[in-house]
Design a protein around this ligand. Structure first.
Ligand SMILES: [Zn+2]
Ligand SMILES: [Zn+2]
Length: 269
């Protein structure tokens, strides 16, 4: 099956990416000053807006070239494009710094910033995976600064991104949303659309795949894949892998006329 082949390729790709080690303090940010941190300020804006991550450009480009190497190895058809992109990247320290600063601003179009005609999909693949590696470390550091049980918004409390998956939790039956961009999970209301907040809830079930549902919204035509942890058995749920392994649910939703809202710019931009 072609889908299985693509999924296996992706799993190998992610395994390789997992081997990349970031320097311990690759990501820093201005810590909140204790006396000025007002509890009322908590949970208002995604953390990335309050505590912007800082990354040394030398570290960033070092990791970017490692990611480029892995993409070339696992996606051989992209070799020429990756080479083209790598040679178009800034080399002057000041330009590199400016590029890296922009890489962590949600919703910014870095391809337009480079002002060169580069293959957009491959550029996105390279940049997103590089940023993601740094975001992982950022999330580890900032997550204690947000109450993910109390956030209850349709966008990610850390990076502001849209969810790409939902989880119905085993213990409470509560619903959690998952950000594919920075891998943060936060609580959301049990029913209703996380994209437009419509209260109408409808879902598509898939024969023979009891643990999944695709919730769709007639209001904004968004959809969200959902896994029911109560039906997931002993192994539990790894949302990162669930997303890769359920590509057919995306195709199903899209063929029914719904859209992947994860790709929309975050709200407020
Ligand atoms: Zn996020
Ligand atoms: Zn909606």
């Amino acid at each position: 099956m072609e889908n299985n082949f693509i999924q296996q390729m992706l799993v190998n790709f992610y395994k390789e990416l997992d081997q990349i080690l970031l320097p311990e303090n690759a990501v820093t940010f201005n810590s909140p000053i204790p006396e000025s941190s007002n509890p009322a300020d908590k949970n208002i804006s995604p953390l990335i807006n309050i505590y912007p991550p800082r990354v040394k450009s030398t570290d960033f480009f070092d990791i970017l070239h490692q990611v480029a190497g892995i993409i070339k190895k696992t996606h051989p058809n992209t070799v020429a494009e990756i080479d083209q992109i790598e040679s178009a990247l800034p080399v002057e320290p000041a330009e590199q710094e400016s590029f890296v600063g922009k890489a962590f601003i949600p919703g910014i179009n870095l391809l337009a910033y480079l002002q060169q005609d580069l293959p957009a999909d491959t550029f996105g693949l390279l940049l997103n995976h590089t940023v993601k590696l740094f975001m992982r470390q950022y999330v580890e550091k900032v997550l204690p600064l947000v109450d993910t049980e109390d956030w209850l918004k349709g966008n990610c409390p850390v990076c502001g991104g849209r969810p790409n998956f939902a989880l119905l939790e085993k213990e409470s039956g509560g619903r959690y949303l998952y950000c594919g961009l920075c891998e943060t999970k936060w609580r959301f209301q049990r029913l209703g659309c996380p994209f437009c907040y419509s209260n109408e809830s409808q879902f598509i079930t898939i024969e023979g795949m009891d643990k999944y549902r695709v919730y769709v919204c007639e209001e904004c035509r968004g959809y969200i894949k959902t896994v029911d942890e109560r039906k997931a058995g002993e192994d539990g749920v790894n949302l990162f892998l669930e997303d890769i392994n359920t590509m057919h649910l995306d195709l199903l939703a899209i063929s029914e006329g719904y859209f992947n809202k994860q790709l929309d710019p975050p709200p407020g931009l």
